[in-house]
Unconditional design. Sequence first.
Length: 151
Amino acid sequence: MTNAMIAWGMIFLIGMLATHFMGIDPWIAWIAWLVIFFFGNVLIGKAMKKTPREIGHMWMVVNILGALLTIAFLTGTLQFDESKIMSIWLFIMGAAVFAGAHQMKNPEQIFVGLLWIATGIVLPIWFSGATFLVGGLIFGLPPVISGLLKK
């Protein structure tokens, strides 16, 4: 599991930083990141062997909700800037990490969940021009640091 989390973190860290600094069209970037979020979460879920069934179901809901909201944003059904869609992903994934970590009594992951929730709240207010930069740092660094410390 440690290697999977490090890989997940590196993909998000490098990929989102590249998205930010290369100035990729937001519509194309969000389609790519929707696929990465969705399948990345599915693959991490498969790697988690001892996870209770309820937590797996919770992550399915997070994936489906995030995907539907991202699709609504991309099709123009939801009219707001891209920082808010990243904020939604941070908030719902943070809530899922927090809930799962609380149930499994993992204080390190409880902190990560709270960090993602807090970042989801402040991102559109303070960092709206750096959506992928903040997303890359916040989604990428905690799994990488945590995985390396466990090795």
